[in-house]
Design a protein around this ligand. Structure first.
Ligand code: AMP
Ligand code: ZN
Length: 116
């Protein structure tokens, strides 16, 4: 995925404020943070969205969630956090490379969804 924004970040072609990295996963600060702590966790390998995962991706997905607590603690959200994975048009996904938002801080994040 030559032109995918998050693939390019994973390859180091576009700079990011990295907060966690291992063989398969990268986490970096969101460029437009919506809470004091706002980090994106991505697989380094391109997966378009949560609607595009294969059975073989299950361990990777589990690990993406399992790193959230350590990232939240390290970034200043020790008493909890929220994980959001926007998926597809209905889910409001803007970047078509799977990513989990970790949002938090020292104050509650707020209601889960704005009422419509
Ligand atoms: P989503 O709407 O779930 O697809 O979220 C995409 C997120 O990517 C948004 O919160 C953007 O602020 C964030 N974003 C876009 N470009 C960058 C970038 N270059 N570095 C970090 N975060 C970015
Ligand atoms: Zn990608």
């Amino acid at each position: 995925m030559d032109n995918c924004l998050f693939c390019r970040i994973a390859r180091g072609e576009i700079p990011s404020a990295k907060v966690y990295e291992d063989d398969e996963i990268l986490a970096f600060k969101d460029i437009q943070p919506q809470r004091p702590v706002h980090v994106l966790v991505i697989p380094k390998r391109h997966i378009t969205s949560l609607a595009h995962v294969a059975a073989t991706d299950v361990p990777l997905l589990g690990r993406m969630l399992a790193v959230a607590k350590q990232i939240a603690d390290d970034q200043g959200s020790p008493e909890g956090f929220r994980v959001i994975i926007n998926t597809g048009r209905i889910g409001g996904q803007e970047v078509e490379h799977l990513h989990a938002h970790i949002v938090g801080g020292l104050e509650p994040v707020g209601p889960m969804l704005k009422r419509i």
